[in-house]
Design a protein around this ligand. Structure first.
Ligand code: MG
Ligand code: MG
Length: 268
């Protein structure tokens, strides 16, 4: 069942979302060759707790850490470890925070030092596909409209859209209805209404869309071991239109990236 949120609840959720946004912004300054994902995980946990929130993933379905850290060919759900990041790596960081009973949950894929041109393009297209999807998250549209838009944009660039993992409704639970696949058919699926809040999160592979689950029960990699990227935002329907609760502005400030991608989805 879809749980629509009141305006007040959406404002509470914005606070949770922004704690995640700021955590990712803090991490953006720390990511460099030689740093381990476990070190970054500890920084994030301390940061989230200092904001009066609880790490949203820690203990959720028995996940052992604060962040899902998925380098290179890992798609999502990677577990932080002591291995140092290496120049040329990419690292997908998914972060959750729980405050005042509501979750924030979003993700960004970072470059470690200089990365290959083709990998830069993968990150760029995956991030853009997220906004392509968000544009379709409006009252009267359906789940399939978001999935179709992301899939079309992604496959037009020759990349693979992961099928087995999807976005989701967000609220008092990390995963609520509806599921939000990054593929689909126009006009299919549940209809969007005022007050819905979802996490939209394209997971995009440079090669095949197929994936492999590791024996640790968590880590998922691409079947062909080519790189995979993951970008995620928390979005509400306000006045019939998509409104971002999360932002990449802290990340982009830290990285010196200028973009107006979020402008049309900001609160008015
Ligand atoms: Mg997430
Ligand atoms: Mg999510």
């Amino acid at each position: 069942m879809i749980k629509v949120k009141t305006r007040e609840e959406i404002e509470i959720m914005r606070e949770s979302a922004l704690i995640v946004s700021k955590t990712l912004g803090m991490l953006a300054k720390e990511i460099k060759p030689g740093v381990s994902t476990l070190y970054l995980d500890k920084l994030a946990e301390d940061f989230i707790r200092a904001e009066g929130a609880i790490p949203g993933f820690l203990g959720l379905y028995d996940f052992p850490n604060t962040l899902c850290m998925s380098p290179n060919d890992q798609v999502v759900h990677g577990i932080p470890n002591k291995n140092p990041l290496v120049e040329g790596d990419i690292i997908s960081i998914d972060c959750g925070a729980l405050k005042n009973g509501f979750y924030g949950d979003h993700a960004y894929t970072f470059a470690v030092g200089e990365i290959a041109e083709e990998t830069k393009k993968l990150l760029d297209i995956t991030r853009k596909s997220l906004y392509v999807g968000i544009k379709e998250f409006k009252a009267g549209n359906r789940v399939g409209d978001v999935g179709y838009a992301i899939q079309k944009f992604t496959e037009d660039h020759g990349y693979g859209v992961v099928r087995e993992l999807v976005g989701h409704g967000l609220g008092r639970k990390m995963h609520e209805d509806p599921n939000m696949p990054n593929y689909g058919k126009r006009g299919r699926g549940k209809k969007f209404v005022e007050g819905m809040v979802v996490a939209i999160e394209p997971m995009t592979n440079m090669g095949t869309h197929q994936i492999r689950q590791h024996s640790d029960g968590w880590t998922i990699t691409t079947l062909d071991n080519k790189p995979s990227a993951h970008f995620e935002h928390d979005v509400a329907i306000v006045n019939g239109k998509p409104e971002l609760l999360s932002t990449f502005k802290y990340v982009h400030e830290a990285l010196g990236i200028e973009t107006n991608e979020e402008d049309e989805f900001r609160a008015s």
